[in-house]
Design a protein around this ligand. Sequence first.
Ligand code: HPA
Length: 249
Amino acid sequence: MTTPHIAAARGDFAGVALMPGDPRRAEYIATRFLADARRVSEVRNMYGYTGLFRGRRVSVMAHGIGIPSCSIYATELIREFGVTTLIRVGSCGALPADVKLGDVILAQGASTDSRVNRLRFLDHDFAAISDYELLACAAGVARERGIAVRVGNVFSSDFFYSPQPQIFDVLESMRILAVEMEIAGLYGVAAEHGARSLGILTVSDHLRRNEHLSTTERESGFEAMIEIALETAFRSEAALGDHGGEGAT
Ligand code: HPA
């Protein structure tokens, strides 16, 4: 089965996929955290891998930058490759003063300046929300491991370089925790196709303080997020397996 953006056989992907934006991060996650990882797609160098996490099949598929790119890969994974659970693992720019570089955020919901969900929803406001079971599972894993997480609303922007920086005041006044560029689209795609999705973010930048994680800090900070995502993937597949779903090996 080949789609315009993924060249792989249908069975090459697991039921659950972690999705970083950066293909090199996909490679890092697969080679560092999965056993027997195999690259299953490399169209446009947007790498996809499948391997084993504690004996259970898990895929890692990069999605690129922005809602259109992320939506393409999420849609093709769901429609053509049988992926039912998608967990974005990404970076974000934080807004509130009490959110720090390296903090992990679980995106309970995602607001956006993109029109994609309005286009899906007869121009009404769609509440782009995470799957509750995945969200609760990720929060539980973080608590068990002593990883502090913030849970709330994020803002998925079509702009990295915003022409209206005053929007940050509005976002912060409405309790938005951080800005990133994909999750509202991912949640829309998942809703449209009856899949489950969750966005987990590491704060790489602070938009108010103009702070940025160093390369080394990014690596260690991201490990906590990946740990939460993989354990959530493992448990969600175990739960599906226990109910006779596909994905267990
Ligand atoms: N804006 C949007 N996306 C991001 C940012 C940001 O500041 N940092 C990391 N991803």
